[in-house]
Design a binder for this molecule. Structure first.
Ligand code: IPM
Ligand code: MN
Length: 356
């Protein structure tokens, strides 16, 4: 089994190193091949998603991704900016289903900014559509307004659109995920204002007929954002579009205290996937051995489960992470009095040791 390792920028290298150590400690025969991506791709080959990196990602069975983005590349033209690497991989590989679990580990109940009783036991799954919506809709750009009250003035514009098959396939993923959990699905939209999302609601309602065992409800994005901090445990699975999912998943992550704990999977129709931590490249703390590698290590576990058919090994990693948390080991982002502060490398090594 071939795994493409794409560390990227900022803390990407450090955290992916630790996840690779964990993978190597499992005693499986994985072929790991590393390639530069994001700012690192631009520095090495003049493009955030170099041809060789894309080729490797296409031929691999799964991709372990760190994070992209660094201030030094912020002034490049948009097509050369690090973010284009992850957007390009999603689009080129058809990774339309983004699974972002938000789980609160009992040991971290105090790390959340919300009251422990509001978040303790939290276990929700956000499913974000990842290759459509205003993120990819054409046309887009800056132009002279052809009409309207500001005709003749310069304007920026993007296009929000969703085709029926795009909505159907993400709805199927969401209903099937709900079937394996508490059988409750909330579809988040803005059907009261946007044509695209009235259409989304109609199609999700149609697909629901195939999953009568799942309870479906619809919620507007603004209300969903409110309910997510008011009573987050009322949710089980949430499905939504690319843009709303981007925002809601960061918000959900923070309910758990640290975005440094949350993995994610981006899957195509055949469960080939890209696995990455939900957090970004955090260039301000890069190279200091303080970043939390657990989100990336847990992403490697998701990779074993969803793309490589190695659920037992995935369980080993998940259990090892629970063990190091129970031992009181904490990186700076989840540190609190009475626990032991450790660095990125030490945390990774502790997980390797806890694999047993
Ligand atoms: C994410 C990130 C990306 C997104 C950026 C880096 C393009 O915020 O994965 O959530 O907006 O999708
Ligand atoms: Mn985001």
């Amino acid at each position: 089994m071939k795994i493409a390792i794409l560390p990227g920028d900022g803390i990407g290298t450090e955290i992916v190193d630790q996840a690779v150590n964990v993978l190597n400690a499992l005693g499986e025969k994985f072929e790991l091949e590393t390639a530069p991506v994001g700012g690192a791709g631009y520095a090495a080959h003049g493009h955030p998603l170099p041809e060789g990196t894309l080729k490797l990602a296409k031929e691999a069975d799964a991709i372990l991704f760190g994070a992209v983005g660094d201030w030094q590349y912020d002034n490049l033209e948009r097509s050369l900016r690090p973010e284009q690497a992850i957007l390009g991989l999603r689009k080129h590989l058809g990774l339309f289903a983004n699974l972002r679990p938000a789980i609160l580990y009992p040991e971290l109940a105090n790390a959340s900014t919300l009251k422990p009783e509001v978040v303790s036991g939290l276990d929700i799954l956000i499913i974000r559509e990842l290759t459509g919506d205003v993120y990819f809709g054409q046309p887009r750009g800056v132009r002279t307004a052809p009409d309207g009250a500001f005709k003749g003035e310069r304007e920026g514009f993007d296009t929000m659109r969703y085709a029926e098959p795009e909505i159907r396939r993400i709805a199927h993923v969401a209903f099937q995920a709900a079937q394996k959990r508490d059988k409750r699905l909330t579809s988040v939209d803005k059907a009261n204002v946007l044509e695209t999302f009235q259409f989304w609601r109609d199609i999700v309602t149609e697909v629901h007929q195939e999953y009568p065992d799942v309870a479906l409800d619809h919620m507007y994005i603004d209300n969903a954002a409110m309910q997510l901090v008011r009573a987050p445990k009322k949710f089980d699975v949430i499905v939504t579009g690319n843009m709303f999912g981007d925002i809601l998943s960061d918000q959900a992550a923070m309910l758990t205290g640290s975005i440094g704990m949350l993995p994610s999977a981006s899957l195509d129709a055949n469960n080939k996937g890209l696995y990455e931590p939900s957090h970004g490249s955090a260039p301000d703390i890069a190279g200091k051995n303080i970043a939390n590698p657990l989100a990336t290590i847990l992403s490697a576990a998701m990779m074993l489960r969803f793309s490589l058919n190695k659920a037992e090994q995935a369980d080993r990693i998940d259990n090892a992470v629970k063990k190091v948390l129970a031992q009181g080991l904490r990186t700076a982002d989840i540190y609190e009095a009475g626990t032991t502060k450790v660095g990125t490398i030490e945390m990774g090594a502790a997980v390797v040791k806890a694999l047993g």
